[in-house]
Design a binder for this molecule. Structure first.
Ligand SMILES: [Zn+2]
Length: 105
């Protein structure tokens, strides 16, 4: 009885990626509270699950992601061809290390 209607249109509306132009949508990670871009197509090996509010998302670890049977999305950082080139060019190793709040909160 609870099948079907629960997961409809959770996904926020897509916008084009500024770097490569591919359609993406933004969600806020419940773990880091950061906005993360996702590819709009659900994929089998994704690890990002959009919550029912359509705004936040859980980023699952590898085991949890495998066990999850619902829709999973993939962070666009992992698939964007331009992000990689951009990072390499600027010598940025990881996005997380560039702007740390240094434990302020
Ligand atoms: Zn892109």
């Amino acid at each position: 009885m609870s099948r079907g209607g629960t997961y409809r249109s959770l996904q926020p509306k897509p916008t084009p990626c500024k770097l490569c132009g591919a359609p993406i949508f933004f969600v806020i990670s419940t773990g880091t509270n950061r906005r993360i871009p996702c590819d709009p197509e659900a994929v089998e090996d994704g690890d990002t699950v959009v919550l029912q509010d359509g705004v936040h998302a859980d980023v699952l670890g590898p085991d949890a992601a495998r066990a999850w049977v619902g829709r999973k999305y993939r962070c666009h950082f992992a698939t964007c061809p331009q992000t990689r080139a951009y990072r390499r060019k600027r010598g940025i190793p990881e996005p997380a290390s560039t702007k740390e709040p240094s434990g302020a909160w």
